[in-house]
Design a protein around this ligand. Structure first.
Ligand code: FES
Length: 618
């Protein structure tokens, strides 16, 4: 069958070109060219955030575009990128307000101390010349030298075939590259100082990578970017739906978008340190179950079937070349094991990062990512629960929620004058005009609005009228009302507005109640009290910072936890790095995968009671 000719989409002002099949949405075309658009309604055509101007190849608008775009805009080619499709070769302009910019890198903290035991070893060998060894085979000499210093290795036939030439070319001075127990390559001369690895957090909204010197364990550079799969759906559910809708290419498209981003980050990582990609011999990655399946090119549909089972649960070593990861051609990619269909390598990374699996003390760890993970226990017994309700903390399902990228409000500070609240000040990533709000800033804002009485115990945002005698005008003027309830305006300038709606507060309440109810039930199962929990760890997606005391004020955690909560950054990032640096950690990860108990809390009656109890604020 003849394959369909690809159509060209010219994207301005980036001057990039996407080659796509007829019928591809412009959103996907842009994603395939590495350009991320804002698409909070997942292509429903209701948010109007993904506007582009098509200057060549425009097609007729659909009913959503007719409804939300003015006649003049339609006439000059404005369309929604999620609704408009490629029907011919095209040229289009993406306005700044329709974009999502690059993530700002932040350093994640680590807690555990590790012994450096990477899966790759390099040994420099001075191989005896044939005349000195009286008929002994080349391979026996090489493997014998390695055995004395490292242990027994396996050598592939491909490498054995190249052995005579390599020995000759190197004048018998070569470096053995051993990955696991395989002699994978022989490099000419002494290259032992060039041995690097990369680790990746493959998050639903962000991808973060780090380049590590495997000779000393030092991180040399880090970089992150948005997960361009967002063009296919903002959360995991919609991404799986995109595979269902397009059974032939859906998975491949998602995997390609992910691998392209990872390769883009690798380019940044090596450019910062002027290191050749061929000196990177290993990659380790952690993410939720869906993302890990997609990364490996494994269909994740079984995860949403009635049995919710994963195709693969154990950790896996795959060939980097097979996955299309652009590093040394012989390199391996280690992907973290999972716990269950709902709980992936990100949960194992969280346990490893907090050392919960090797400590006698009982610890609580909560990941406030798109997929919330709550883990409680010690080395004797660990319970885990995962909830999608917490996606509010990752900016998903919040009107102006966004990842911690340029233009995201990362904190909201209430300024005082003579002990009275004067107004709010915003911290914005890269000091640009605010585009939206991160989960961490949302927690800070809601806790403060509750403290000021602007949000009632049941979550209702009070009206301007109700508050007129208790607040200054600057704050009062931020309140407005419409048919959906009251709204607090966080930022408003000309065409740009960032606000907190009544629906957002409701989403927040659902997320906080799911986490709090899980904590209460888990304590009950382990028969422990709050006092017996020695430490509470809070982690978030890359760059999304949570202030521990605000999480207590907002009612996510009990007040007793105030002194023991620590924010530890992106633990998938930390856990993947730990697995890169130490084979012992990989062995621990397998034990965790087989011993941690996954709880299906949502089906328990007492969970529903607890959930209702914690919906209100304190
Ligand atoms: S209109 Fe919402 S993503 Fe396009």
């Amino acid at each position: 069958m003849e394959s369909e000719a690809k159509l060209k989409v010219n994207i301005l002002p980036d001057e990039k070109e996407a080659l796509c099949n007829k019928g591809t949405t412009i959103l996907k075309a842009c994603a395939s060219a590495g350009i991320m658009l804002n698409a909070p309604c997942n292509g429903e055509g209701t948010c109007g955030k993904c506007v582009v101007q098509i200057i060549e190849g425009v097609s007729a608008p659909d009913s959503c575009e007719h409804q939300l775009l003015s006649g003049t805009m339609l006439k000059i080619g404005y369309r929604f990128a999620c609704r408009s499709r490629v029907t011919d070769n095209m040229r289009l302009i993406i306005p700044a307000e329709s974009r999502i910019f690059k993530i700002k890198s932040v350093k994640a903290s680590g807690i555990r101390e590790l012994h450096l035991r990477p899966n790759i070893t390099k040994i420099f060998l001075k191989v005896q010349q044939p005349k000195e060894r009286h008929g002994i085979a080349d391979l026996d000499i090489v493997e014998g030298s390695i055995k004395r210093r490292f242990g027994k290795v396996e050598t592939s036939l491909g490498l054995i075939r190249r052995l005579p030439d390599l020995l000759k070319e190197s004048s018998h001075r070569i470096t053995a590259v051993i990955i696991g127990r395989s002699l994978t390559d022989l490099e000419i001369g002494d290259t032992t100082k060039d041995v690097y690895g990369i680790s990746f957090d493959i998050g639903t909204t962000t991808i973060a990578g780090s380049l590590v010197n495997l000779n000393n364990g030092k991180e040399l550079s880090s970089a992150s970017d948005l997960n361009f799969q967002s063009g296919f759906g903002k959360d995991l559910k919609t991404r799986i739906t995109s595979i269902l809708k397009n059974p032939e290419d859906g998975l491949k498209e998602l995997q390609d978008a992910l691998i392209a981003r990872i390769n883009g980050i690798i380019t940044e990582l090596v450019a910062k340190k002027r290191i050749g990609r061929e000196s990177i011999y290993e990659m380790a990655a952690a993410g939720n179950s869906v993302m890990q399946h997609i990364f490996l090119g494994i269909n994740p549909l079984s995860l949403v079937s009635a049995t919710h089972h994963p195709v693969i649960k154990r950790g896996i070593d795959a060939d980097a070349s097979m996955l299309g990861i652009n590093i040394n051609k012989m390199a391996k990619v280690y992907v973290m094991p999972a716990i269950s269909g709902f709980v992936g390598g990100d949960a194992i990374a969280l346990i490893l990062s907090t050392a919960m699996n090797i400590d006698n003390n009982i610890k609580l760890a909560v990941s406030m990512g798109a997929n919330g993970i709550i883990i409680l226990g010690s080395k004797d017994r660990i319970l885990v629960y995962s909830t999608s309700a917490s996606s509010a903390f990752d900016g998903v399902h919040i009107s102006h929620g966004m990842p911690a990228s340029e233009g995201a409000i990362s904190d909201v500070i209430f300024s005082h004058k003579h002990k009275k609240i004067k107004d709010i000040e915003l911290k914005v990533i890269n000091n640009t005009e605010p585009e939206g709000i991160t989960g961490g800033a949302l927690v800070a804002l809601i806790s403060e609005l509750r403290r000021l009485g602007i949000i009632e115990k049941n979550g209702k945002i009070k009206s301007k009228e109700e508050l007129k005698n208790s607040l200054d005008n600057a704050i009062l003027n931020r309140l407005s009302s419409d048919k959906d309830g009251n709204t607090f305006t966080i930022y408003s300038e000309k065409r740009k507005k960032v606000s907190l709606t009544q629906k957002d507060v409701k989403e927040f309440q659902l997320a906080k109640a799911a986490i709090r109810a899980a904590i209460e039930i888990m304590k009950k199962i382990l028969k422990i009290t709050d006092d017996e929990i020695s430490e509470v760890y809070l982690s978030g997606a890359y760059g999304n910072v949570f202030i521990p005391e605000k999480t207590v004020e907002a009612g996510i955690f009990p007040e007793d936890y105030s002194d023991k909560i620590e924010y530890i950054g992106d633990t998938s990032y930390i856990g993947a790095k730990m697995a890169l640096l130490s084979k012992d950690v990989r062995a621990e990860a397998e034990i965790i995968s087989n011993s941690v108990e996954y709880l299906d809390l949502a089906s328990r009656e007492d969970f529903q009671d607890e959930f209702s109890n914690w919906l209100n604020f304190i």
